[in-house]
Design a protein around this ligand. Sequence first.
Ligand code: PGA
Length: 255
Amino acid sequence: MRKKIAAANWKMNLTWQQGNELVQALLGATPSIQDSHQVILSVPFPYLASVNSMVQSTSGYQVAAQNCHHLAAGAYTGEVSAIMLASLGIPYCLVGHSERREYNGETNAVLAEKLQRCSENSIRPIFCCGEPLTIRDQEQQNEYVARQLQESLFVLSKEQVGHAVVAYEPIWAIGTGRTASSAQAQAMHQHIRKVLADHYGQELAERIPILYGGSVKASNADELFGCPDVDGALVGGASLVASEFTAIVRSLCKS
Ligand code: PGA
């Protein structure tokens, strides 16, 4: 059975003091997570090592980087490689978040390289995909998302993709307060699983967690987690508020 995952994405928010308090509040409120479930905290680079050690003693909690460079090493001032993350014992890394695609010009081809760097270093990628509103309005979202998977994720071998997580985040739902309906989320997740199955086989596709992201909050989590192909959530804004994210984790644990 695939894991159910609640992943927080802090983005470029919170001072270290605020982040530290938030992690302590989360660990205090939801101390034990069963094996079938997982909470992942995607925190800014400077906080990774500290948050990683804070969650070590609590089962079910892991950390993720929000990005890594597509090359192994070299003269790239200000960048962070997958090798560096691996050397700190960071288990997960977001790859292809729509904000990075938009503001940093990350293409499907560059993202394929990032996925390779993660896999080479035994870092599990959380591969983000999702369409902009113009594509949704033209009802081209299935083709658009399939192309993102084909041109990036499919660089991974069967063995490598078995360690990956996919996050479907329709761009029109990110930070807008406008969530995809549970029917829209389920339809896309089912489509993604079929695209994965066509390439990697049904058995492997059934094992890959597919998270939904885009204005997930405590109030809509139950409904989203009730969808058979929605295996959890990637949560931005609501992950910055301890009570909200804790409620989302509790919803996940019930699902
Ligand atoms: P949001 O962000 O929950 O604030 O919409 C989700 C994300 O970008 O991962």
